[in-house]
Design a protein around this ligand. Structure first.
Ligand SMILES: [Zn+2]
Ligand SMILES: [Zn+2]
Length: 165
């Protein structure tokens, strides 16, 4: 039985997805000048997806045709420094960007199709307690854990061993 958490979108996500004045306000409060490319990158992440820099470039290019990949990288660095965006390691060579969240969260990643779900501490607390009981080690409170597996759809599709990551 998997435990899935479906939170209503956090305020940051709503403001980012809305873009325009709300997005500009978000950037100003974080100490960033609201440029079109920053607004577009925030908006692209506002849906709560985990996107690579290349995927973000493809999306932002629709709205800002003059943008180039290095601008997207620089924009992501600025947004990361401002605490609005974070980089999540979703396994071998899969660096993804997502909007920052107020709390730590872990990822369960489908190694067949790449789908991602968030897991929160309530799910992993018994695991952490088990690790401490078995080894005496206390897990770092800031550490985020990546769990590879198969999503419900791919598990249903039945034991194909095609691995994409
Ligand atoms: Zn899958
Ligand atoms: Zn995430």
């Amino acid at each position: 039985m998997t435990h899935q958490h479906h939170h209503s979108a956090p305020a940051l996500h709503r403001a980012a997805a809305e873009g325009g004045t709300r997005g500009a306000e978000l950037l100003r409060r974080a100490g960033c000048r609201p440029t079109p490319q920053r607004l577009e990158v925030l908006q692209a992440l506002g849906g709560g997806e985990h996107l690579t820099a290349d995927e973000l470039y493809e999306r932002v290019r629709g709205a800002v045709p003059t943008i180039n990949p290095s601008t997207v990288y620089r924009t992501l660095e600025v947004l990361e420094d401002a605490g609005l965006v974070r980089c999540a390691d979703l396994g071998a060579g899969r660096m993804h960007f997502e909007l920052a969240r107020g709390h730590r969260h872990h990822h369960v990643v489908c190694r067949v199709c790449g789908a991602v779900e968030h897991l929160h501490d309530d799910v992993l607390a018994p695991v952490a307690a088990g690790v401490t009981a078995a080894t005496g080690y206390v897990l770092d409170t800031e550490a985020e854990i990546l769990l590879p597996g198969r999503c419900p759809a791919c598990a249903d599709a039945g034991g194909t061993r095609t691995e994409t990551i």
